[in-house]
Ligand binder design. Structure first.
Ligand code: ADP
Ligand code: MG
Length: 561
């Protein structure tokens, strides 16, 4: 019985034209996706000269019926989609019936396949859209597809190929990323007759994570906290690297939407926005996200070389991803803080104290536990160093607090809190008037509403002149650094989450600066308030707020350990 059929004209009309085979990795992608769609548990990829000479993919999947082989290499013939209506519920990676035909158009394709019910396999060769006759051939159950002479008939595309090693790198990185979503499938990669890597099947996705990202990198990855994604019409899962474990680029931010390895500049932005308040700017966390959405919400049907997937309800998805990543990072920061500083906030646990005890959790989760109520020695502020750092001790360890970073964190959280509570601003007795140049004025205009939400009220006061009439409550006494603030606003317009960016910047310019002398009681207040923050370890730009030197650290300095 033939399972593969040609799609009707209506359906063909509704799907975008042409899988484009651009380079060897595009062939690997089509063949490996077919193998996974066929239910394979082993997929072996072997390439020669980076795939520029030959690509062979072997699987142990369900195979192709002899009667179907000729159809398989024809355009718009598929077993995965019957009628146009099915487009809304595609459950396979392929569905256009174009993968094999597109490869055959630019390469010599040799397919040998056998289903479980067949005594012997069958073979077909297709080249430049001409296919030969189907012949019997001995074969194990499954399918082996070999593509050779790639782009021999399309010299222009051959010219665009990079060196075999560069093409091989693309194949290896695509295949290893793809493997993240299919941990139960064994993947192997061979190059010029040598095994390059093997990813044995595993039922534990974390093991696959370690195989792909490396054991060291995987150790710093944590499962995504998806409680913030409840509103999402679909599901979200994944693993992300902890704050401080990041990279200079986004290449290791892997995204799957409905099992397809895709790129989404929108979701890359969500990642950046969530990480922004934890990381030094310009650094990127790594990890993998698995998003399952109703097929109708994803358009896998965009032009195949367009690497950016289009999502319906993109804002909702952006938000779910951003909030989930932020919640995960937040929970991690809270845990680290408890481990680092002890249960009394900025104080150290007495010996034998079990940091896993429930009240520790609730204290930091609530974010405003009274430090007097919990066990632990109170922290004593000892001195201010260089008008920049606060030196403190609990009689055991030494703590160095960056006064500006700490104050920024406190201010940021209070701005966010007051914006959420719609708390009133504090009117200035004497409004501050500033005059700005055109670009700065334009940047300020765009931010005015968000600033008002954050408690900073600025109103136009003649041409390119503004006056600050109110500041976030509690910061009134400090001169607000509007010039610096506006420079920040204009410098970082790419940032996706404008709100957080603006508030972080507002916090930064509202507070104590390095070089400012602080009285002992001011330092004590600062340190006390820091410990009540939800994320006390980092300022909103991701710099650490404090460093702890334990007796062991100190002993090491004196070579006693
Ligand atoms: P699509 O994947 O969009 O259906 P393809 O041209 O890639 O289109 O494949 C055409 C058909 O050939 C598939 O629908 C499937 O029935 C069959 N096929 C291709 N590769 C395999 C494979 N490795 N194992 C089993 N069947 C396959
Ligand atoms: Mg396919």
């Amino acid at each position: 019985m033939a399972l593969i059929h040609r799609l009707d004209a209506v359906t063909i009309g509704q799907i975008a034209a042409g899988e484009i085979i651009e380079r060897p990795v595009s062939v690997v992608k089509e063949l490996v996706e077919n193998a996974v769609d066929a239910g394979a548990s082993r997929v072996s990829v072997a390439v020669e000269a980076g795939g520029t000479h030959a690509i062979e993919v072997t699987d142990d999947g369900r195979g192709i019926e002899p009667n179907d082989l000729a159809l398989a290499v024809m355009r718009h013939a598929t077993s995965k989609l019957a009628v146009a209506a099915d487009l809304a519920s595609v459950g396979t990676l392929g569905f256009r019936g174009e993968g094999l035909a597109s490869i055959a158009a630019v390469a010599r394709l040799d397919i040998v396949s056998r289903t479980a019910s067949a005594q012997i396999g069958s073979r077909i060769v297709a080249h430049a859209e001409q296919s030969g006759v189907v012949e019997p051939a001995p074969a194990p159950i499954g399918t082996r597809v070999r593509a050779e002479a790639l782009f021999e008939n399309v010299p222009v595309r051959r010219e665009y190929l990079k060196s075999p090693s560069a093409e091989f790198t693309r194949i290896s990185s695509w295949l290893s990323s793809f493997a993240l979503a299919y941990p139960t499938v064994t993947f192997t990669l061979r190059h010029d007759g040598k095994d390059v890597w093997v990813l044995p099947s595993t039922s534990d996705p974390r093991e696959r994570l370690a195989m792909v990202f490396g054991t060291e990198a995987a150790q710093h990855m944590m499962p995504l906290d998806v409680s913030a994604a409840r509103a999402l019409d679909g599901t979200l899962g994944g693993f992300i690297s902890a704050p401080g474990h990041d990279r200079p680029d986004r290449r290791l931010q892997v995204l799957f939407v409905n099992g397809r390895l895709l790129r989404s500049s929108l979701l890359a932005g969500a990642w950046t926005a969530a990480y922004a308040t934890f990381a030094m700017s310009g650094r990127h966390p790594y990890g993998v996200l698995f998003l399952e959405l109703p097929p109708a919400h994803v358009d896998p049907n965009v032009h195949p070389t367009k690497s950016d997937v289009r999502l319906r309800f993109g804002n909702q998805t952006f938000d779910a991803v951003r909030r989930s990543i932020a919640a995960t990072l937040q929970a991690h920061a809270t845990r680290r803080f408890a481990e680092h500083v002890g249960p009394g906030g900025i104080s150290l646990a007495p010996p034998g104290f079990d940091a896993g005890r429930p009240h520790v959790q609730s204290l930091f989760e609530a974010g405003h536990g009274d430090p007097e109520d919990v066990p632990g020695h109170r922290l004593r502020v000892l001195s201010q160093l260089h008008r920049t750092f606060i030196l403190a001790s609990d009689g055991d360890a030494l703590l160095l607090v960056d006064q500006h970073a700490a104050h920024e964190r406190i201010a940021y959280e209070s701005i966010v809190e007051r914006a959420q509570a719609h708390a009133p601003s504090e009117a200035l007795l004497v409004p501050l008037v500033v005059e700005l140049d055109g670009a700065a004025a334009a940047a300020l205009e765009r931010a005015l509403d968000l600033l008002r939400e954050g408690g900073l009220e600025i109103e136009p006061f003649g041409e390119r002149t503004y006056r600050i009439v109110a500041t976030p409550a509690g910061f009134g006494a400090r001169p607000f650094d509007l010039q610096g603030f506006i420079e920040d606003l204009t410098a970082d317009v790419k940032q996706r989450d404008v709100r957080e960016r603006i508030w972080a910047s507002l916090a930064c310019h509202s507070v104590t600066v390095a070089g400012e002398r602080l009285e002992p009681d001011e330092m004590t207040t600062l340190v006390d308030r820091l410990q009540r923050c939800v994320n006390p370890m980092h300022c909103p730009h991701g710099r650490p707020t404090m460093v702890r030197l334990s007796p062991d650290d100190i002993a090491r300095m004196f070579k006693r350990l």
